[in-house]
Design a protein around this ligand. Sequence first.
Ligand SMILES: [Zn+2]
Length: 126
Amino acid sequence: MLCTVASNENHHAARNAQRTVRNTYRLPSSVRHCERCDRYHVVVEADRCWNRKRWREILVYVAQGYRDPEIGPLVKMSAKGVEYAVLEMTKRLNAMSRPNLVAIAICLGILDPNDFVPEFDEKRHG
Ligand SMILES: [Zn+2]
């Protein structure tokens, strides 16, 4: 379960949060009880609404700080295609920037930090 997702004390509060998610982002979601934190998470079902597996893949690279030209070959898309996907996700999640996009995606359960561990790149700190 995704404990990085915003949580609610009870099922009723979670249902209200789910309504807000639906009205704000127009995204399908589900309410799930989490045994780990004994709270309720509203998890957005991104695969159902975006219907684009590669968008989530791109998001994982964005979360790790990769730029569009670097992401392209990793997901077998052009840099322009990646740029479009990031822009579209940014619009749909009402994000102000790439870091904000990542933060929102984690809060909504679209991006699971357990799916990846950011790599340490010596070149960036040299
Ligand atoms: Zn939890």
